[in-house]
Every structure is written in structure tokens, then in C-alpha cells.
Ligand binder design. Structure first.
Ligand SMILES: C[S@@+](CC[C@H](N)C(=O)[O-])C[C@H]1O[C@@H](n2cnc3c(N)ncnc32)[C@H](O)[C@@H]1O
Length: 383
């Protein structure tokens, strides 16, 4: 068994993992961790760098040992035992447990030092900094109502590389960029390998698709500058990755998606953030402005789906639409539900009877605290 530590929007993370490992069985799932069986370490390690919503992966076995006994067993025969300890839902304080383990190991003549800071679970930066995956000494205890699981971390997300991609300097942050991790999750959820993004914007989906090893990436945007810079930047990334890729972008209004010269039956998935409407700030966001945005977005998306329907597009579509928040009140893009009901079949993210479910409309929500516009993500097929 293996445990996947989930990202902040845990439902999207779970949906992504179960779509990447369709043959695995879910044993346990909570907001923080997903435990799978019928899956091998090789399979995990071969796919995991393409997965955006998992923070770390740990081996998992049921245990009846105490934490100090389990760690004693893992201590090396010689040299100092530097380890990290992570507890999930233990009510006893981390400080108390770390002290108990320290005392126990000392009584067994084991020279040991925990690397936890401030008596908290380790974050990715600390695990990487202390090289604990290679040392095989980042340990995880997961306490559920029924059993206790114990395991050691076998993979940790490369946060530095995401960081670089998120704040790449030649991007205009005014437009609002899709976080690279979310782009990866959406690409994985689409199950596609030839991706088309009809609202290329800051080219995040295309770039992430290249990073994930897809050699055919296509896109369009209404804004010519976006079209040119996205092409240039994607080519640069392909060069950096030493990859031969077919990258094409063109200026096109997404309303007329059927007229794209690159969008043909070979594109197996549309993955896009879609236009979010005007960027609003805390100072100028208002209900009437949101309503106006919804009206103009409705026009774009009704034509977009109507034209996709005309050409009988049969691939998957993973798309995010905006919704807004003004002082804890949510304003959903309700017009889109009617458009989707007319042209699309909403695909489910989870099997029937799964422990968690999507929203009533079949979507998953992605919220970033600092933003006023949030995202509602759908997986669709045309009717
Ligand atoms: C929110 S951005 C997409 C950002 C992109 N996902 C990223 O992270 O880089 C939306 C983009 O949609 C484009 N756009 C707006 N209306 C459009 C339309 N009708 N057809 C095509 N593109 C449109 C804008 O020019 C903008 O670049």
C-alpha cells in the first residue's frame, strides 16, 4: 500500500491520482491522505512527476507498534540517525512524542536527532533540505479510527521547480495565471496527450503539457501578443527540455473554435482555463460588474460549445469557469450550467459510491485565498 499526501484542494488531488492510477483500489481517504493498494512503487515513480496535486508519497503498512518501537527498528546500525516524523491526526502533542522517542532511542544507545522544526510535521522544503527521502528517514504515522498506518516517504514534490515556473519573469501577472500544479492536474484529468487550449493566455497549459512529455501542443487566443509570446516561450521550453515538439498557436476567437487550423480530430483533449472576465480588485468588485461579466462570458461560451457540437468534437474537455466572492458570498456563473446542459455530458471525477463527491453540478472548486475570482472545473464530453 502507498499513501499520497494531498494538496490543499484535496478533491482535485484525489480525482487526479485515481485517474492516473485507474487500477489501484482506494483503502482509505481523508482531506490529507489517500491510501491505495494494487499499485507498485515502480508504477508510482514512473508517473508521479507528472502529477501536480500530490505533495509526497509514503509506503504504508498497518502497525500495532508504538512510534518509538517503529523508529527504533528503522535506526541504522551505525552513524547518526537523522529523521523526520510526521503525524496525521494524533491528538497527543508532537512535542511530547518527539521527546518520548528521543528518550527511548537514547536508552537503546542510538544516536539520533529529529529534524522537525517547531514540533510540526516537516514541509517539502525541509524534507528536501535534509535529504530525508534518500536517507529513507522521513516517517509518517497515520491514525485512523480503525488502524494505525506507518510508512516512509519515497517521493517528495519538487517545489523549487514549480516555484520557478509560477513566477517566471516574462509573464504579465495582470492577466492572472493558472498555477502550474493546477494546469498539470487539469491535463491529467483530461486523459489527453494532444492538448489544445483555446484561451492560451500566459501559455501555462501548453508549457506544463510540454513538461509532462507531450510532444504536440496547440492553442489559440484572441490576443495576438499572447499568441506570439506563447509560441516563442513554448519553443524555448522544448529546446531546454531537448525535445522535438509540434507547437502551434494562432490568433482566434474561441467562439469560432471550429475554424482553427490546428484544432482537428487528432486533438484528444481541450484543456483550458477559459476567459475569466475582467480582473476585478477588492476596491472595484461589485455585483453589477459580476453580472455584466457573466453576460459577456455567456456569449463566448454558448458560441464555443455550439460550434464544438457542430463539428462533433469527441475528445474530453477539462475547463475551468470563474465564480466570484464578495465578502463570503459566492456568485456562480449560473448561465454556464444551462449551456452545458444543452451541449455537454458532465463526466464524473469519481467512481459511483466513492467516499467523496463533486459539487451538485459535477464540478470541482479551486480557491486561492488571495483571489476574488475562483475556479469551477468541469470534465465534459459533447453530447
Ligand atoms: C485567464 S487568461 C488564460 C490564462 C491561462 N490559462 C494561463 O494561465 O496562462 C484568458 C485569456 O483569454 C483570452 N480571451 C478572452 N476572450 C477570448 C476569446 N473570445 N477567444 C479567445 N481568447 C480569448 C485573453 O486574451 C486571455 O489571454
Amino acid at each position: 500500500m502507498y499513501g499520497f499526501l494531498l494538496g490543499r484542494e484535496f478533491k482535485i488531488s484525489v480525482a487526479e491520482i485515481i485517474s492516473a492510477f485507474p487500477n489501484a483500489t482506494t483503502i482509505y481517504q481523508s482531506k490529507e491522505i489517500l491510501v491505495l493498494e494494487n499499485i507498485s512503487k515502480e508504477e508510482i515513480l514512473s508517473k508521479i512527476t507528472r502529477i501536480g496535486g500530490t505533495i509526497k508519497v509514503t509506503t504504508i503498512e498497518e502497525t500495532t507498534k508504538t512510534i518509538q518501537e517503529a523508529l527504533e527498528e528503522k535506526a541504522p546500525y551505525e552513524g547518526k540517525f537523522r529523521y523526520g516524523l510526521n503525524l496525521f491526526w494524533e491528538r497527543v502533542s508532537m512535542k511530547e512524542i518527539l521527546m518520548k522517542v528521543k528518550k527511548h532511542l537514547r536508552s537503546k544507545d542510538i544516536s539520533a536527532r529529529f529534524t522537525n522544526k517547531d514540533f510540526k510535521n516537516l514541509n517539502a522544503a525541509q524534507i528536501i533540505g535534509e535529504n530525508l527521502v534518500k536517507r529513507e528517514s522521513d516517517f509518517n504515522f497515520i491514525f485512523t479510527k480503525e488502524v494505525t498506518y506507518f510508512g516512509q516517504t519515497i517521493w517528495i514534490q519538487d517545489i523549487n521547480s514549480y516555484g520557478e515556473r509560477d513566477y517566471s519573469k516574462d509573464r504579465d501577472m495582470q492577466i492572472g495565471m493558472l498555477p502550474p500544479k493546477l494546469s498539470q492536474m487539469m491535463i491529467n484529468l483530461s486523459e489527453g496527450s494532444t492538448i489544445y487550449d483555446p484561451f492560451v493566455g500566459l501559455w501555462t497549459i501548453l508549457i506544463e503539457s510540454l513538461y509532462m512529455g507531450n510532444t504536440k501542443v496547440y492553442g489559440s487566443d484572441l490576443n495576438e501578443k499572447m499568441v506570439d509570446t506563447s509560441l516563442h516561450n513554448c519553443k524555448e521550453v522544448a529546446k531546454k527540455l531537448d525535445m522535438t515538439a509540434d507547437i502551434q498557436t494562432e490568433k482566434l476567437n474561441a467562439k469560432f473554435i471550429h475554424e482553427s487550423q490546428y484544432f482537428d480530430k487528432w486533438v484528444d483533449a481541450i484543456v483550458t482555463e477559459g476567459y475569466l472576465g475582467e480582473i476585478m480588485t477588492k476596491k472595484n468588485i461589485a455585483v453589477d460588474r459580476i453580472e455584466k461579466q457573466r453576460e459577456s462570458l455567456e456569449k463566448i461560451y454558448s458560441a464555443f460549445f455550439e460550434n464544438l457540437s457542430k463539428i462533433n468534437y469527441s475528445g474530453n474537455i477539462v475547463i475551468s469557469f470563474p465564480f466570484w466572492e464578495i465578502r463570503w458570498k459566492y456568485f456562480y456563473f449560473e448561465e454556464i450550467y444551462k449551456i452545458l446542459a444543452k451541449y455537454c455530458e458532465v463526466q464524473s471525477f469519481f467512481p459511483d459510491d466513492y467516499q467523496i463527491s463533486a459539487t451538485k453540478s459535477g464540478s470541482l472548486l479551486y480557491k486561492r485565498d488571495s483571489q476574488l475570482v475562483w475556479r469551477e472545473i468541469f470534465k465534459l464530453k459533447m453530447k
